[in-house]
Write a protein that binds this ligand. Structure first.
Ligand code: HEM
Length: 424
């Protein structure tokens, strides 16, 4: 076997945190390789793999194990104790079928309607604001869409605002990749608050005091029985119900990036505004490909494996390069250009467009909410392109790729928002 390229040094964790999304691409380019070895998280050996073949390996359940590879702190803040993300084998497939059972055509159509309606309804609020931070406003609108889709009753307006902030605190915690950081305590408190509220709704549903609609998350997570015929523990049900709402709120990131793209790239806003949905679809896909969100994912070799002629020993940590794969010149022509039309002839491969993981929805850990994300993006972008007019004041539009998590420095500010039709 060939000798694997290595990054020198005892531990690269701090360098990863310093270079952010560019850490892996910087090295795959310099070493001219799709695979290299590093040491991270306390000097542990890890093999970084990048590209479409890497994703195929990573989502081969015989070769790659995912369970037990997420940093413990990250499980506590981002996903929750016992979350589906941490399960494996039959237990994972069984629980995943619950998540996927929510993704019927009818339910997704309902989500589309909710998205359209909540944004449309929000126009009055936007008109009354001096300036709107799109990222922040989207957080609250998405929380309402998420609760309503799950048929979770709204709490008081103050608490809804609090939960919206809480969701961001949990999502932001991935920027620490599980190391010590100042927001840890805050993210734990945020999680407790939202889990408490959701667990109460689950208990009330089970006691017959609350009647969510069949097909909603609250109904299905409350009543679902696993392969052993058991209901989920109420706290665990709350954790995984939240795993359908928190990531939905995280679409605030793609929304602010999308509004930025419509501002920065000539003609995009007008094309998204077209009647036909097909451009909005391509635009949503390109936003998910182009802008930085998930940097990489951890796993470990389940057996001795070979990748591109290199040997990887059983139990070696594997790191799948997400951001670099989405920006690979060999997979995406002019990868650094924002170009939605590239999706006109895309073959739909499960291994190249992997901003939300790859492989199969039912048997791999691929994101259960990918279709939801695309629908919410399509409808939200059409809202910003067609339903309202606004001005974009000077601000710092920088998206710093060395900072995790990815965000627009200004948050994306718009002002002078008005209805986009003539009522006379
Ligand atoms: C898993 C990203 C939205 C629910 C994942 C994974 C990623 C991801 C990277 C892990 C893939 C892997 O480990 O192989 C995102 C991004 C989103 C998003 C960037 C948009 C902001 C959503 C939404 C839902 C959702 C709207 C709502 C249902 C889940 C669940 C899992 C998951 C339940 C765990 C699946 C499993 O372990 O089998 N997501 N996601 N996500 N996502 Fe999303």
């Amino acid at each position: 076997a060939k000798r694997m390229p290595k990054v020198k040094g005892l531990d690269q964790t701090l360098t990863v945190l310093k270079e952010g999304y560019e850490f892996i691409p910087n090295r795959t380019r310099k070493l001219n390789t799709n695979v290299f070895e590093i040491r991270i998280l306390g000097g542990k050996k890890a093999v970084v793999i990048s590209g479409k073949e890497a994703a195929e390996l990573f989502y081969d359940n015989d070769k790659t194990e995912r369970a037990g590879t997420l940093p413990k702190r990250l499980v506590k803040t981002l996903f929750g104790k016992g979350a589906i993300h941490t399960t494996t084998g039959d237990k994972h497939k069984n629980r995943k079928s619950l998540f996927m059972s929510l993704m019927t055509d009818n339910n997704l159509e309902y989500l589309r309607k909710l998205t359209r309606n909540y944004w449309f309804e929000d126009t009055a609020r936007l008109q009354a604001m001096d300036q709107t931070n799109v990222y922040q406003e989207a957080t609250l609108v998405l929380l309402k869409i998420g609760f309503r889709f799950a048929d979770v009753p709204f709490d008081t307006p103050e608490r809804m605002e609090q939960y919206a902030k809480d969701m961001n605190a949990m999502v932001d915690s991935f920027g620490s990749i599980g190391t010590a950081y100042t927001g840890y305590r805050r993210a734990l408190n945020a999680r407790d608050r939202v889990e408490d509220y959701l667990e109460k709704q689950i208990i009330a549903t089970r006691k017959g005091k609350l009647f969510p609609e069949e097909g909603s998350g609250l109904y299905e997570f409350s009543h679902w029985k696993d392969m052993n015929g058991k209901h989920m523990d109420s706290r665990l049900a709350a954790v995984d119900l939240m795993n359908t709402i928190r990531p939905l709120v995280a679409i605030n990131r793609f929304i602010s990036f999308g509004v930025l793209a419509m501002h920065e790239y000539p003609g995009e806003r007008a094309r998204v505004a077209q009647n036909d949905n097909s451009y909005a679809y391509k635009f949503a896909q390109e936003v998910r490909r182009y802008y930085p969100f998930v940097p990489f994912l951890p796993g470990k070799a389940k057996q001795n494996i070979t990748f591109e002629g290199y040997k990887i020993d059983k139990d070696t940590m594997l790191i799948l390069d997400i951001f670099g794969t989405l920006h690979s010149e060999s997979l995406w022509e002019n990868a650094e250009q924002f170009y939605p039309e590239r999706f006109e002839n895309w073959d739909g491969s499960p291994f190249d467009l992997i901003p939300q993981g790859g492989g199969d929805y039912y048997t791999n850990h691929r994101c259960a909410g990918e279709w939801m994300t695309i629908i919410i993006m399509e409808e939200t972008m059409k809202y910003f392109a067609r339903e309202i007019q606004y001005d974009v004041p000077p601000q710092d539009f920088t998206v710093d790729r060395t900072k995790l998590p990815g965000q627009i420095n200004s948050g994306m500010i718009i002002e002078n928002i008005r209805n986009n039709f003539d009522r006379r």
